[in-house]
Design a protein around this ligand. Structure first.
Ligand code: ZN
Length: 60
């Protein structure tokens, strides 16, 4: 899937887009959801995956 290096797209953390896209900003991210997203995006590079980076920061 093509993903531009820099986007300013915001998606809700509970939505499916947060599971399938990497370069998005998350809205309403909870610690519980961060744990789920961290597993879904495991193996991605935190430098290249904004969702993984955010979920690592938000996880307990
Ligand atoms: Zn990712």
């Amino acid at each position: 899937m093509f993903e531009p290096a820099v986007t300013h797209m915001f998606v809700h953390a509970d939505g499916v887009l947060a599971e399938s896209l990497c370069q998005v900003e998350l809205l309403g991210l909870t610690a519980r959801r961060a744990e789920q997203l961290r597993l879904l995006h495991r193996g991605h590079e935190p430098d290249a995956c904004a969702v993984l980076a955010a979920s690592i920061l938000a996880a307990p």
